[in-house]
Write a protein that binds this ligand. Structure first.
Ligand SMILES: *Cc1c(COP(=O)(O)O)cnc(C)c1O
Length: 300
């Protein structure tokens, strides 16, 4: 484990570790395959890993060595593998991309491909980890284990903390390869350890699962009235499609009413309530949402 401050830095470390592995064991292979609509961070290398179309022309030239393939298309992934490939990197559920889930078959096939070709599987759990999806880590839904996993967001409960975790065989960074002034700083470690203990002792993963199901059922109840489509996600990482493209307007109206949500795309609303949310909170949330949708959707 390597502890640092942000998700981007943890992913940057994962990319470096994969390249080190390629250099050591795969004749200098350095390419990493990621998915279209993925999000891996805002450092130059993690922006290059990110599959976000509107970033294509930003801060050129990008860090070379990243290929982007459509999510859940195993043939496209197979075709992208070359002797230069060292790793496949993905989010179990694309968060910023609008809550797009990798299918179980896809994940299993990726793991198989990785094993067959000695490639590393890097799972970015910055958004999905630490109970968010109803399990401690989202990869647990797929019956596989990653070689490298990154965590941030939930691990600090609001405090800047992130972690890069790797299997023992990848314990190959040498002194000076990786580090940082604030790596594993004591306050961050105390916060992270308190947060993880709280998540485990209060079984917040389970609460996320149950409350996620409750929230989903409430959204389904109002979906035909507001023409909401494609309600999706796991645990308390949920999104739906609007019949309109005014997501950001709906987000700011909700904020005025005391409800914090977001709109990762103009026609998508994403809901990520805290893991401690109750049914009463959810009822409240739905009533604010309905009030705003009544005003902003103009569908009578
Ligand atoms: C937020 C996020 C990141 C970047 O984390 P920062 O702490 O903002 O650098 C990376 N990957 C995923 C999946 C994220 O959701």
């Amino acid at each position: 484990m390597f502890f640092i401050n942000s998700g981007s830095e943890a992913n940057e470390g994962a990319i470096k570790l994969a390249r080190k592995y390629g250099e050591k064991y795969l004749n200098g292979a350095y390419e990493i395959i990621t998915t279209i609509n993925s999000f891996h961070g805002r450092t130059l290398a993690t922006m290059s890993a990110t599959g976000k179309k509107i970033w294509d022309k930003l801060y050129e030239p990008k860090v070379p060595g990243f290929k982007h393939v459509p999510l859940n298309d195993i043939d496209a992934l197979k075709q992208a593998i070359t002797p230069k490939t060292c790793a496949i990197m993905l989010e179990p559920i694309q968060g910023e991309g609008g809550v797009n889930e990798a299918s179980t078959d896809y994940f299993k096939a990726i793991k198989h491909l990785c094993d067959e070709n000695n490639l590393l599987l890097i799972v970015d759990e910055v958004q999905t980890g630490l109970g968010r999806t109803g399990k401690m880590f989202a990869y647990e839904y797929y019956g596989i284990e990653p070689d490298i996993m990154t965590l941030a967001k939930g691990i600090g409960g609001g405090y800047p903390l992130s972690a890069l975790l790797a299997k023992e065989k990848l314990n190959i960074f040498e002194a000076g390869d990786q580090g940082g002034t604030y790596s594993a700083q004591p306050l961050g470690m105390a916060v992270g350890s308190a947060v993880v203990k709280e998540i485990i002792s209060k079984n917040l993963s389970k609460n996320a699962k149950l409350q996620g199901e409750y929230l989903t059922s409430k959204l389904e109840e109002i979906s035909s009235k507001y023409k909401l489509k494609n309600i999706r996600g796991k645990g308390l990482l949920i999104a739906f499609d609007l019949p309109t493209e005014n997501g950001s307007e709906i987000v700011s109206e909700c904020l005025k009413e005391g409800l914090l949500i977001n709109s990762p795309r103009p026609s998508i609303i994403r809901l990520m309530p805290p893991l401690i949310v109750t049914e009463k909170d959810t009822d409240n949330m739905i009533s604010i949402l309905c009030k705003v949708l009544d005003e902003k959707l103009n569908i009578n």
